[in-house]
Design a protein around this ligand. Sequence first.
Ligand SMILES: C[S@@+](CC[C@H](N)C(=O)[O-])C[C@H]1O[C@@H](n2cnc3c(N)ncnc32)[C@H](O)[C@@H]1O
Length: 274
Amino acid sequence: MEWKTPQWFGAGKRRAQLDRQVDATNLAQFGYRQMPTSQKVDWVRRHFNRVAPRYDFMNTLLSFGIQYAWKRAAIRMMGLSPGDRVLDVCGGTADLAIMASGRIGPQGRIVVYDINWAMLQAGLPKLAGKPAAHRIRFVQGDAEKIPFPDNTFEAAMVGFGIRNVTHMQQGFREMHRVLKPGGKFLCLEFSKPVNPVFRWLYDVYSFYVMPFLGQVLAGSAESYSCLPETIRLFHLPDEISAILQTIGFEHVRYRRMTNGIAVAHVGRKLNKAA
Ligand SMILES: C[S@@+](CC[C@H](N)C(=O)[O-])C[C@H]1O[C@@H](n2cnc3c(N)ncnc32)[C@H](O)[C@@H]1O
């Protein structure tokens, strides 16, 4: 098992993950690993193929179950209404969709949209016997090319997925495009804890304990060392707010959870036709 050194990258390295830089250099990162831009999506697909069967179990264990509180709080912040049609981008095993389904009533609909069929398949059994199951559909595809017309959804959300998308801004732009004017937006992502002592403990936990548990319980230390690496390259909350505003979201605000381990951004698409 290879141990890597925890490192929070500076603004320059984070900027290098922006779409224009990724295209100009033809270099993308998946964790600490650098690769030609065109190859990243395959790395991400292979990664989630490996982790899909144990994804929910490992996430719950590694987060001590706190991930559910983050997801519930983020869904509350979004302010969904009965009848809303919701797109769950990078929806994986459908946690956010299942939580949202209780808020949209019998007329509401949710599309769980993910590039990885193994992740969607791992989520399907969770709908069995749920009264809201008929409100949720699974569609496979890339966040950078969402196959829905402009102005389709009342709400669009992405949970713990956008940092894996090769062209993150393109992913946000696509979410903005398919939202109706006035539509609700949510991005829930990992981030940098604010308190330095807490951050140090989090570094030790995520760079040494998590890969060890990944090896023992899921047979892959690498899959679980990659997760903290991608987080340390990801943009800080104010940077994400600025990116969202540039794309055209308004009323953008965010909330840090568990000292900033997770951050939920919400916003609205401008209330007039783009
Ligand atoms: C960490 S999981 C998050 C799943 C779920 N949203 C949750 O909160 O538990 C990230 C998901 O993003 C998906 N993903 C990564 N890149 C993608 C892309 N370009 N387009 C669509 N989905 C993508 C992965 O397949 C994976 O299911």
